[in-house]
Design a protein around this ligand. Structure first.
Ligand code: ADP
Ligand code: MG
Length: 215
């Protein structure tokens, strides 16, 4: 049963997730090119490649250190609005939290719930605005429901993955309130938001790692 990860395993899960994001560059570029400026794949590649470099070379005393390293590296190396948005997805939740040495469904739900609040505070987007929030908010809701049911980490990540994918799919139906796609109006309908797809790949990758290696 996959109940929790230690610090080392959490780092390995993030390394794998970063690799999957880097591999997704062509797809994310294609999505952002359709309705945005086409730089999302490159931005995510830069952010996760730098984060992985830090994760490989650093030593980490807590789960919090891992999340902070990934998020702060994304903020400082990606630049722009999306660096802050995606960096805050990882670094925003653990701010002010007691150091954790195990990551389970409950702690992940708490970290991500706080992160969602921080991203919304920063970016002012809600579900339906055709941003990463379309995937992130339902994923966080699923994590909280799993935590309340005392699901194990793998089950919680399966639910989060499913809801994030559904949210990214739903983003196709929305007009954009932010970024370049905003100027397209109804012409953006039918295309998913690239950032929402990134969120679904992040949760899918976490689930894949835990399914294969979790203890
Ligand atoms: P840029 O918008 O600078 O071109 P990217 O293409 O890397 O940066 O990222 C765009 C993604 O960032 C969008 O697809 C969206 O998901 C996300 N995003 C942009 N603005 C916001 C916001 N205010 N709140 C939440 N997410 C946002
Ligand atoms: Mg872009």
């Amino acid at each position: 049963m996959t109940s929790s990860l230690n610090v080392e395993q959490t780092r390995d899960m993030f390394l794998y997730t970063g690799e999957q994001m880097i591999k997704s560059k062509p797809y994310l570029t294609e999505l952002d090119s359709a309705i945005g400026d086409g730089d999302h794949g490159v931005g995510m590649e830069v952010g996760f490649a730098n984060a992985n470099e830090k994760l490989r070379n650093g030593t980490f005393a807590s789960i919090n250190d891992i999340f902070k390293t990934v998020g702060m590296t994304m903020i400082s190396t990606m630049g722009g609005a999306s660096g802050i948005i995606f960096g805050t997805m990882f670094a925003g939740g653990i701010k002010g939290m007691e150091p954790l040495t195990r990551l389970d469904a409950g702690s992940l739900a708490e970290i991500m719930e706080r992160a969602l609040a921080a991203v919304k505070e920063r970016g002012k987007a809600d579900v339906g605005d055709k941003t990463m929030i379309d995937a992130f908010e339902p994923a966080v809701r699923a994590l909280k429901e799993s935590a309340a049911r005392s699901d194990d980490l793998l089950e919680a990540l399966r639910r989060a993955e499913e809801e994030a994918a559904r949210g990214a799919e739903n983003s196709k139906g929305y007009e954009a309130k932010f970024g370049r796609a905003k100027t397209l109006g109804a012409r953006a309908i039918g295309h998913p938001d690239a950032g929402a797809v990134s969120v679904s790949i992040i949760f899918r990758s976490m689930r894949e790692w835990v399914e294969r290696h979790g203890a």
